[in-house]
Design a protein around this ligand. Structure first.
Ligand code: NAI
Length: 686
């Protein structure tokens, strides 16, 4: 392996290059290499050092492989201190991404010259830690407290142009290394020796409120804000000591472990689509409702031409206006201009009644009503109208893709593609392997998903796939607690307290009680053998006609659009308890959280056991990105492993003793606890 840092001396200039592909992370070897290179430069008696990165990055951050190990010297703060105290100026030539530790190195330099494509930021909080090598102390000294907060507290990454406006870089040039070696230097003290930034209580207050809203429950953003606040009160050395202590404490925290777990899972999911596959540039979307219009819009956004099919002219008009609305929203949000939006619509969208005039598209995605007969008709028509090579995908939520696909000419070309609403914004997509789906079809679709910027998760066929199956189980568990004594508002509050984006009953009111009702009827749940059926939601639909927000009432009453606990529903719940012969009892929030999360974990373990989900991390991605599970808990399966699988098993055993119809230990979970192996390990493919 070549040296990760090399130093070239030309006349009285030393050029130090960090060369640790792909993105020059600050591994132990890089840190040691930097120390050695600085020694070389000092011995040679140069007048200046230009510090840069090889390839497309300056330094994109810390080495993720070292996250779970004890820190090894030389530590990054030592390297940073050596640069700041170097006898001659060290100038950063920021050729690409300068993130985290990379920006901290640059902050210690006498000046920073950036390429136009450079990006800069301190994204540590997104991984549950704070900058650990002076970022929270030097950045506010350089650009002021409020602008530093805006970067550090949310981990925002900015462009070179914005960095120049903020005074974070001194210039933008095409060849920063040449300029860094020769430019005149500003006459100013090192960043760390500058006066403290002016205190700004209003900016700190604003940052705290923003963090509570955007990253609720997370400790790192709060700690980062406290450190920036300290920069305005403490001398550098004290601020740095406080920062380092906070960094080291957070590094081993549960939240950091959870956020790192998701970071790696997301990276692995994104990499699936980079393995190759045919490049698709034409698509048919059937159904231009909520999902179809958003899917068509997303496809057009990555250069795919989309023919949207509806059954009649009125439907096609509705589809056209649904699509147009999405473009209008993008214009309002500043994502595109009105002219551009108009041009894209004209160039990439056509609207059709029926299948006669369809172009020979490479993929067709169906998003019509959730009705097996309708979907089968649609696929029969697509099969007849399109080439045999066209990939056929269904966006069904609950129907069996294998039944939808019956009778197709080339079933290897068929699969499920389960988007989440709003489909153009939600990153998650479940990619469903139907019985005959070919490997090529899967890889081509994963490639498309990557182009769409999605996080694809592969899943097998079962009722609800990964996400909706766990959701169904979670709701069922909550309904059992309702009948035993809890109330909807209490369960919602408890689950929000755990960190869920919303409680289960608020969500049902938002999406409408009728869809789940129809689904339960379709599946004949009330008569399902060996199943504890709780009919409360059915009674609400049948006896009160309350279908959620769209009818102005559901599990809750609504006052000025705000949900308030409903005495009518609470009475209905109590009446059901009485009808079931149950004496209602009090539930603590903790008991609610324990039962609800344990049921998600149990169902997740079953999905792994049945081979529906490939890995625990896939389940975590689905629940975090599709169902509001708190990111900082890493997803239900990571949460379970962190709590300890033996404890989870004990809980399930005791729940099963009291309610054997609802609970049972999955064999995979039992195996994990008896062998001491993790679920990830047990599901790893050889
Ligand atoms: P929607 O009711 O908004 O849209 C359905 C559209 O399909 C309507 O515009 C209708 O005119 C059209 N349509 C019906 N029959 C047709 C036919 N034979 N040929 C052509 N067009 C036809 O429904 P939505 O919410 O967009 O759902 C569509 C599918 O996506 C369903 O299978 C649903 O389960 C699934 N889905 C929905 C999600 C959601 O959150 N809404 C999330 C994920 C999947």
């Amino acid at each position: 392996m070549s040296d990760p840092v090399f130093c070239v001396i030309e006349g009285d200039i030393a050029r130090i290059t960090i060369d640790n592909p792909p993105v020059n992370v600050t591994s132990q070897a890089v840190r040691a290499g930097l120390m050695a290179a600085l020694d070389t430069a000092e011995t040679a008696g140069v007048a200046r050092v230009a510090l840069t990165g090889a390839g497309r990055a300056f330094v994109a951050g810390a080495d993720a492989k070292e996250f779970d190990r004890p820190p090894m010297p030389p530590h990054l703060p030592d390297v940073v201190a050596r640069i700041e105290g170097f006898p001659v100026p060290v100038v950063a030539a920021i050729n690409g991404a300068a993130l985290g530790g990379g920006l901290e190195l640059a902050l210690a330099c006498a000046a920073r010259i950036a390429a136009p494509t450079a990006t800069l930021g301190l994204p540590e909080v997104t991984l549950g830690v704070v900058p650990g090598a002076g970022g929270t102390q030097r950045l506010p000294r350089l650009i002021g407290l409020a602008p530093a907060l805006a970067l550090i507290a949310e981990g925002r990454v900015i462009s070179a142009a914005e960095a120049l406006r903020l005074g974070l870089v001194d210039g933008i040039v095409d060849d920063p290394v040449v300029v860094a070696a020769t430019c005149a230097l500003p006459d100013r003290p090192a960043t760390g020796s500058r006066p403290m930034p002016v205190d700004d209580p209003a900016a700190l207050d604003k940052a705290r409120k923003l963090a509570a809203r955007r990253l609720p429950g997370q400790t790192a953003p709060v700690a980062a804000i406290d450190l920036v606040a300290a920069a305005a009160r403490l001398p550098l050395a004290e601020g740095l000591a406080q920062e380092r202590a906070t960094f080291l404490a957070l590094k081993t925290s549960d939240q950091a472990a959870a956020l790192r777990h998701l970071f790696f899972a997301e990276r692995a999911a994104a990499a699936l689509g980079r393995k190759g596959g045919d490049l698709l540039d034409s698509a048919v979307v059937v159904g231009g409702g909520t999902m179809g219009a958003a899917i068509a819009y997303a496809l057009a956004g990555v250069g795919v031409s989309v023919a949207l099919v509806e059954t009649d002219a009125a439907g096609a008009d509705r589809a056209r206006s649904n699509v147009a609305r999405l473009y209008a929203e993008a214009v309002v949000r500043g994502k595109t201009t009105a002219i551009q939006a108009e041009a894209t619509q004209a160039a990439r969208h056509t609207f059709h009644v029926g299948y006669d005039a369809l172009p020979p598209a490479q993929i067709a995605i169906e998003a019509v009503f959730e009705d097996l007969a309708v979907k089968r008709q649609v696929f029969a028509a697509l099969d007849a109208a399109l080439p045999e090579t066209t990939i056929l995908a269904t966006n069904t939520s609950y129907l069996d893709p294998d039944r939808i696909a019956e009778g197709l000419r080339a079933p290897g070309r068929f699969l499920g593609l389960h988007f989440f609403s709003p489909a153009h914004l939600m990153k998650l997509v479940e990619v469903i392997r139907a019985r005959d789906t070919s490997a090529e079809t899967l890889s081509t679709v994963l490639h498309l998903a990557a182009r769409l910027g999605k996080i694809p998760v592969r899943a097998g066929v079962c009722d609800g796939f990964i996400g909706n199956r766990i959701l169904t189980r979670y709701r069922q568990t909550c309904d059992v607690m309702l009948i035993e004594g809890a109330l909807p508002a209490q369960i919602d509050a408890a689950m929000r307290g755990f960190g869920m984006a919303m409680g289960p009953y608020e969500v049902q009111d938002l999406s409408g009680l009728d869809i789940a009702y129809a689904n339960r009827k379709r599946l004949g749940w009330a008569r399902k053998p060996g199943f504890r059926y709780i009919p409360i939601a059915d009674r609400i639909v049948e006896e009160t006609g309350r279908l959620g927000r769209k009818t102005g009432a559901g599990w809750y009453d609504y006052e000025d659009g705000k949900p308030v606990s409903s005495s009518r529903i609470n009475q209905l719940v109590a009446a059901e308890s009485a009808r079931a012969g149950l004496l209602r009892r009090l539930f603590s929030d903790e008991e609610i959280i324990t039962r609800a999360t344990t049921s998600m974990i149990e169902e997740g373990a079953r999905l792994l056991e049945e081979g529906i989900a490939d890995t625990p991390a896939d389940i975590d991605l689905v629940m975090v990105h599709g169902y509001g599970f708190p990111r900082w808990r890493g997803g239900p399966m990571h949460y379970a492993e962190r709590l300890g699988l033996a404890g989870i098993l004990g809980r399930i055993d005791s729940f099963a003793a009291a309610d054997p119809l609802s609970w049972g230990v999955p064999a995979l979970l039992r195996k994990a606890t008896t062998t001491g192996r993790s679920l990830t390990d047990l599901t790893r493919k050889p």
